[in-house]
Structure formats: structure tokens, C-alpha cells
Design a protein around this ligand. Structure first.
Ligand code: DAH
Length: 342
């Protein structure tokens, strides 16, 4: 067989084979078989040694031309396979950005956070600063400075968690009053939200950990009328203009006089229902004029200044606000419960 025919048959066999090739690996094998060290075309090139010097140049040209043609065929197939693979890969990895997907589950604010936010925004609207204090508190601030000396019987009413003789878990947010009076000069207008602790059993209306919002105003000529006006404005802002406040005399060592405040029942708007036990009123907080003894102990001249204070139970007003009957629901974190409040 002469060289020309030889090349032609290698080429046509290759063309035939290329039609059946499906991937790059197969193609590399074929390339080796033809153009590799032991390839058919390479063998042909080697066989030139047996030719006479006169025949060689023409044979060399033929073989080179054949080699180029064959390379071109292989390269063409290779780029075709590459293009196809790329196409497949792109199709496989396509992200359909328009495909609808389930939305990530977003949390919701806790009902107590919602109510706290409402109360604080109403109070800051009235010029109150928000101030916080420590939950692990000195007996001195939690009791002494609030006119509850060591042997005072009213201490019994607050089932205190003692850390040691002088340190307690605060039983109310009132110690923040004392801390603020000692650190700021009047006029003072503060709202102090926070967690408080009492050695109580857990039931539908009690928890050893709960929350209060303390209010304190100290200025010249502050009167009980200002207290009444402030609370009235606060609750009208929160629950509507038909809501009224009612003061009943009470006792707290740190206020004199002291009062407990009832609100028009938010559930029945005063008509009488199960929540207010038919009275049309619900009790929401304790308050009073800051006891002059407390002012003096906290470094404020009680002849120049007077003030009022109040303490709201956050759990209580949250339950009243949303008609929640069991306190424990507020602490269990059950999503079916929590997702009802927006
Ligand atoms: N500290 C009281 C309590 O925990 C609540 C309270 C009553 C706070 C009267 C006050 C107040 O500031 O004036 O029961």
C-alpha cells in the first residue's frame, strides 16, 4: 500500500470512529491510537526510514499534510464535545430565580415585648427616659433606701431570693428609683422596665420571675394631680380615650400617700365581664407620692422637691390587653400561642 492510500485509510477509519465517540476520554484514546508514540500515523512516519532519499521529501509532505488533517478532525470533535459538556453543565446547574419557594419562617415579637414597646413609647412621648438597673441587687437599694429596714414587716410580703445577707435578686424595679435619685439631679422622669424575682410557686397567676415597669417623676411642686394626670394620659394613649383610671387608697413603705389604680376594663370597656368579675374595673398598678423619707435617704431635699412613682406589672397588663388567662403561656414559647399576636 502506498503512503497516500495508507493515510487515506487511517483518515477514513478515524472519521468513521469519531461518529460513535461520546466523550472526551474516548476521544483521547483514539488520538493516542493514531497520533501517539505507538500510533498508526506515527508508525507511518517511522517507516520513512526505509524509503530512499529521493522518495522521502514527497512522503514527508504527504504524511505531514495527513497529520494536520487528522489533528484538525480530532480537534473539531474535541471542541464539539467540550461545547456539549459545557451546555449540559449549564443546564444542570441553572437556578430558576423566578421559582416560587417557601418563605423562611420569621419569628414574631413576644406579646410582652409588644405591650412593653407600647408602654415605653407612650412614656417616652411624655418625656420619660428609659433607665435600667441590675437584677442582682444590694439589699440596700432593694429595701433600705425604699424605707424597708431589715426588721420591717413589709419585707415578708416580698418572698425574697437572698444571694447572701446583703445581696438579693431584686424583688421589684423600685431600686432603680433609688439608684437614679442618687446619681441624677432633679428634674427626673424615668421609666425602668425589667425582670424581678420572688420565691413564688408557678401557677396561672404567679411566677418566680416576672416583669415590672417602674415610673418615677421628681420635680418642684409635683402633686398627686400630676400622678393621676400622667397615668390617665398613659392609659388613654394605650387603650383609647374611653378608658378611665380610679385610685383606691393603699400602702407602700416608699410612697405616702399610696394608691392602687384601677382601669376601665379593657375587655368590656366597663360594662362588666368575666375578666373584671362584673365590676367594670381592673387593677393594674401600685403608686403614690414618693415618701419624703425616701427622698432624703436618696439625697434629695424633700422641702424643695416632691415626686410620684408607680409600678406596673407587665405580665398583668399583657394578659388583660390580649385576654390571656394563664400566665404560663407567656413563658412556654409555644409558637401556636405566640404567632397570634401582631
Ligand atoms: N414595688 C411595688 C411592688 O413590687 C410596686 C410599686 C408600688 C412601685 C408603688 C412603685 C410604687 O413605684 O409607688 O409591688
Amino acid at each position: 500500500m502506498d503512503i497516500r492510500e495508507n493515510i487515506a485509510s487511517i483518515q477514513s477509519a478515524l472519521e468513521e470512529e469519531l461518529r460513535t465517540i461520546e466523550d472526551i476520554r474516548q476521544l483521547d484514546e483514539v488520538r493516542q491510537r493514531v497520533l501517539g508514540k505507538k500510533g498508526t500515523l506515527t508508525a507511518l512516519l517511522r517507516s520513512m526510514g526505509q524509503l530512499s532519499p529521493q522518495e522521502r521529501p514527497a512522503a514527508g509532505q504527504l504524511i505531514n499534510a495527513g497529520r494536520e488533517a487528522i489533528s484538525a478532525l480530532l480537534d473539531e470533535k474535541q471542541s464539539m464535545l467540550n461545547a456539549r459538556d459545557r451546555e449540559l453543565k449549564l443546564r444542570r446547574e441553572t437556578i430558576d430565580v423566578t421559582e416560587p419557594r417557601p418563605l423562611p419562617r420569621v419569628g414574631v415579637p413576644h406579646p410582652m415585648s409588644l405591650v412593653l414597646e407600647e408602654v415605653l413609647s407612650a412614656l417616652t412621648g411624655l418625656g420619660f427616659d428609659v433607665v435600667e438597673g441590675p437584677e442582682v441587687e444590694l439589699d440596700h437599694y432593694n429595701f433600705e433606701l425604699l424605707n424597708l429596714p431589715k426588721d420591717h414587716p413589709a419585707r415578708d410580703a416580698q418572698d425574697t431570693f437572698y444571694v447572701d445577707d446583703n445581696i438579693v435578686l431584686r424583688t421589684h424595679t423600685s431600686p432603680v428609683q433609688a439608684r437614679t435619685m442618687l446619681s441624677r439631679k432633679p428634674p427626673i422622669r424615668i421609666a425602668c422596665p425589667g425582670r424581678v424575682y420572688r420565691a413564688d410557686e408557678m401557677d396561672a397567676t404567679h411566677s418566680p420571675v416576672f416583669h415590672q415597669i417602674e415610673g418615677l417623676v421628681i420635680d418642684k411642686d409635683v402633686t398627686m394631680g400630676d400622678l393621676k394626670g400622667t397615668l390617665d394620659t398613659l392609659f388613654k394613649k394605650l387603650y383609647g380615650n374611653d378608658i378611665e383610671t380610679r385610685f383606691r387608697p393603699s400602702f407602700f413603705p416608699f410612697t405616702e400617700p399610696s394608691a392602687e389604680v384601677d382601669l376601665t376594663c379593657i375587655t368590656c370597656r366597663g360594662k362588666g365581664c368575666r375578666v373584671c368579675k362584673g365590676t367594670g374595673w381592673i387593677e393594674v398598678l401600685g403608686c403614690g407620692m414618693v415618701n419624703p423619707k425616701v427622698l432624703e435617704m436618696c439625697g434629695i431635699d424633700s422641702k424643695e422637691y416632691s415626686g410620684f412613682a408607680f409600678g406596673i406589672g407587665l405580665e398583668r397588663i399583657t394578659m388583660l390587653r390580649y385576654g390571656i388567662k394563664d400566665l404560663r403561656l407567656l413563658y412556654e414559647g409555644d409558637e401556636r400561642f405566640l404567632r397570634q399576636f401582631r
